[in-house]
Design a protein around this ligand. Sequence first.
Ligand SMILES: [Zn+2]
Length: 225
Amino acid sequence: MCFTISTTTTHTYTHHHTTHHITHHTHQKQGGRPKAAAAAAAIQAIFPAASTTAVDLTIPMPGHALTTDEEPTALTAAADLEALIVDHDAVFLLTDTREARWLPTMLAAKHNTLAITAGLAFDTFVVVRHGVPNTTPRLGCYFCNDVVAPQDSTRDRSLDQQCTVTRPGLAFAAAAVAGELCVNVVQHPMGVRAPHVGDSGGDALGAVPHMVRYVFVWRGGGGEG
Ligand SMILES: [Zn+2]
């Protein structure tokens, strides 16, 4: 399997939650190395036969206006992103914001590439695989149930509302589910067109759900008596 891990300074493509774990220690030791490069090296340390490539790019995002000077760079980034999506079997959309997932969502649908999103809330998360066109029933994507279009979700937000670094335990759990879901989909005879759980029969690894949602319920400990 080939991994391309792509990051930017503030927005990360294909990795954020997952590579946060594998970059954290390495990153600190190496004093500010880009996350993608640190993650690519860390994956090879874990599994030397893996082929990993780090790519730094800034994903153009709805709600984040560009100046005229920035347009050529954004167009190049979009073209690079599309080439990566064409070249890969699966894309994990694990960026910091909803809007950073919009362009890769569109491109993955365009090229029938499996896209899996993991989104973290404070004590919940969702992992969803995106449907592709010309499939019946066509499964929805991360944005299908939105009541508003993607927009700048970083303005006027406190740190705990912006960044998954405040939920590192949840990130581990979501990353594990996303990885398992990918394996289930690629083992299904219909691959990215596999129907959702309940209609999935015939796959080697059991059901292939469309989305997995976790809600953690915190209960106070006893200590009475
Ligand atoms: Zn959709």
